[in-house]
Design a protein around this ligand. Structure first.
Ligand code: T4K
Length: 374
């Protein structure tokens, strides 16, 4: 294979037909409502909740502000047990709330927070658990609920990768106390920047609505210091248009993932994740694990090798969050205490996956992985 003339990135947003969006832009231009709970915001919030099969959903400007506000909404303090194997925003949301992150190890099958390691990390200061459905694969939902019930803890899921994921037909967002979503440009459903919190009762939704709007309950009353995390009308309109096409995008993503699996199946030293029976997946990422001994090359060799061909894969998630300067001094971050995460972070590589990715490019990437011609 010759190097590609244009770079192929780990992801690329699927763009809806321009004319569909320009109709909405015209309306925004005409009515001059740009933000603060405008008509498209209202419409999108309703349509999105219906699409996802949830009752109470609040839109946000991005996923990080949704995480920060979720913790505030439930008055979380003290210590929260979370995963080191995620995007750094997961733990940053604790930092912004003055909460101490406690890292627990991940499990070997899907790299989600391990419930046994979580239980072992509970102390009298623990108030909540914050697992992440990494790559959109469901955490061990029953086990986490059991832990939350037994120890009286709140359960907040970072579902940034889990758009549209269902378990036996039920939205994954219906588990735990709260779930947050991200609609960043790199996600399987996007509003450019954007996010949401899903909760399960009207009172909590009202509180979240206030908190994302400076804490305003009405024109003159502020319930507590909230933040400005509102989604604007352009983002909301983009979301309305994207929603009309998202099923098609998800189908295309699945076919790319299936092709990778078919082509990579026989390569010694390369492992990938399979779909789970009864789960509708989001196909946000296609991670592989490179076992240097069996494959004969390291993950970093593959990352650099693909780059020579203009294929820009990504090491999501390397380094671990617990290895960043802000967090590495924590007792739970000490070297050797998170053995599974420490091993996975050295082996993982996310290959390009997006709806418009051509089959020939996937076949070329798989050929390179097979022949190691880099
Ligand atoms: N929790 C979890 C588990 C998360 O993964 C994230 C975000 C969050 C919370 C926080 O949600 P947000 O506050 O972001 O809504 C990206 C994203 O910025 C971030 O949203 C995402 N996770 C994280 C895993 O990845 P980068 O720095 O790796 O993205 P970047 O800009 O390098 O983009 C990757 C590739 O995508 C580029 O090489 C080209 C392509 N791309 C990117 C953008 C932005 C496009 O083709 N078009 C674009 O507009 O962080």
């Amino acid at each position: 294979m010759d190097p590609l003339s244009k770079p192929v990135y780990v992801t690329q947003p699927a763009m809806p037909p321009f004319e569909e969006f320009s109709d909405y832009l015209r309306k925004i231009w005409d009515n001059k409502i740009l933000t603060n709970n405008g008509p498209f915001h209202e419409q999108f919030e309703k349509e999105l909740a219906a699409y996802l099969g949830v009752e109470y959903l609040t839109l946000f400007a991005n996923g990080t502000l949704a995480l920060v506000t979720a913790l505030q909404a439930l008055h979380i303090t003290g210590e929260v047990i979370t995963t080191p194997f995620s995007f750094v925003a997961t733990t940053h949301s604790l930092w912004w709330n003055n909460i101490k992150p406690v890292f627990a190890d991940i499990e070997k099958d899907f790299f989600n927070l391990d419930p046994d390691a979580t239980e072992a990390a509970i102390t009298p200061q623990t108030t909540a658990i914050m697992p992440v459905h990494v790559y959109g694969n469901p955490c061990m939902l029953d086990r986490f609920q059991q832990l939350a019930d037994t120890y009286g803890l709140k359960l907040i899921y970072d579902a940034a990768h889990a758009f549209g994921v269902t378990v036996k037909g039920n939205s994954i967002l219906n588990f735990g106390d709260l779930s947050i979503l991200s609609f960043h440009a790199t996600k399987s459903f996007t509003t450019i920047e954007g996010g949401a919190i899903v909760c399960h009762d009207e009172k909590t939704k009202h509180r979240i609505d206030f908190l994302k709007n400076f804490g305003f309950e009405n024109e003159t009353s502020v319930i507590e210091p909230g933040i400005n995390a509102k989604m604007n009308e352009l983002q909301s309109a983009f979301g309305i248009v994207q929603l009309k096409h998202v099923d098609q995008y998800l189908r295309k993503r699945k076919s790319v993932a299936d092709l990778y699996r078919q082509e990579l199946a026989e390569i010694k030293g390369i492992r990938f994740l399979n779909d789970i029976e009864g789960v509708r997946h989001s196909y946000t990422y296609f991670p592989i694990l490179v076992d240097a001994l069996d494959y004969g090359k390291t993950r970093n060799n593959v990352y650099d090798g693909l780059k020579k061909y203009n294929i820009i894969s990504r090491r999501y998630f390397y380094p671990l969050i617990s290895q960043f300067p802000t967090y590495r001094g924590l007792y739970s971050a000490r070297k050797g205490s998170l053995p599974v995460a420490e091993s996975v972070t050295e082996q993982v590589l996310c290959l390009p996956l997006f709806p418009d990715l051509e089959s020939n490019t996937v076949l070329g990437i798989c050929d390179l992985l097979r022949t190691q011609d880099f």
